[in-house]
Design a protein around this ligand. Structure first.
Ligand SMILES: Nc1ncnc2c1ncn2[C@@H]1O[C@H](COP(=O)(O)OP(=O)(O)OP(=O)(O)O)[C@@H](O)[C@H]1O
Ligand SMILES: [Mg+2]
Length: 232
């Protein structure tokens, strides 16, 4: 199976005046294509720190991160931006949608950055919005949508560029338990259709719905177990 992510002994030290905070203390793992993984740990375990590194938003103090074999440590700022835009589909807890743009316009946005022409942009945005069950909500603006629908728009936006993997940060954190289960079901379906998905969460209920759980504690992986997620 082809390797999507390879993390080798990632370490992150934050300097707080005289004090050093060891947020990641040697994290290594591999992700192959079409995995459905959660990275789970309690508050302070290093989840956000790891998310920022995997999302190419921050660099580790030491260790190596390879995305599809490309060594991120050696990438320039521009190359990192390119990787973020083209290869990673981000999904956030609070959706991060443009409130004044329609669902369709929100989903088209990454394609504008990618230089895709108007007509193709519109078609691709429509296809993914249909896929996430929002065919009849494309003209709505985020304030006119429910929380679950907003997250579907955000997932459509993450998918529209056909990224190498989807990186979701507490994607159900702002949703009630029923809507949360529906969003996890959608992720499972998208995974079955071939998408590689990584979810960062503190919530064991969410983690259980993925296929593989990487347990983080005090900046280290303490366990790597199978979840209950439906197999493709
Ligand atoms: N910018 C920073 N400067 C200094 N220390 C930091 C910084 N960011 C995080 N830390 C420390 O690094 C450790 C890991 O933090 P991190 O935010 O990655 O945890 P987390 O698992 O995301 O927690 P939470 O579930 O509360 O969001 C914590 O001890 C935190 O205090
Ligand atoms: Mg955090």
């Amino acid at each position: 199976m082809s390797l999507v992510i390879e993390a080798r002994d990632l370490r992150k030290i934050y300097h707080m005046g005289e004090e050093e905070v060891h947020a990641l203390r040697g994290v290594s793992f591999k992700v192959v294509k079409q995995e459905f993984i959660s990275i789970m740990g309690p508050s302070g375990s290093g989840k956000s720190t790891l998310l920022h590194i995997l999302g190419c938003l921050d660099r580790p103090t030491s260790g190596e991160l390879l995305i599809e074999g490309q060594n991120i440590q050696k990438a320039t700022g521009n190359q990192l931006a390119e990787i973020r835009n083209r290869r990673i589909g981000f999904v956030f807890q609070n959706f991060n949608l443009l409130p004044k743009a329609t669902a369709l316009e929100n989903v088209e946005l990454p394609l504008i950055y990618a230089g895709v022409r108007r007509r193709e942009r519109r078609e691709r945005a429509e296809v993914v919005l249909e896929r996430v069950g929002l065919a009849d909500r494309m003209a709505h603006r985020p304030p006119e949508l429910s929380g679950g629908q907003r997250q579907r728009v955000a997932i459509a936006r993450a998918m529209v560029t056909e990224p190498t993997f989807i990186l979701a940060d507490e994607p159900t954190g702002a949703l009630d338990s029923k809507t949360s289960a529906q969003i996890m079901e959608l992720f499972a379906e998208l995974n079955a259709e071939g998408n590689t998905i990584l979810i960062i969460t503190h919530d064991p209920t969410v983690a259980k719905q993925t296929k593989r759980i990487i347990h983080l504690l005090d900046g280290q992986i303490i366990k790597d177990t199978a979840g209950d997620g439906v197999s493709a």
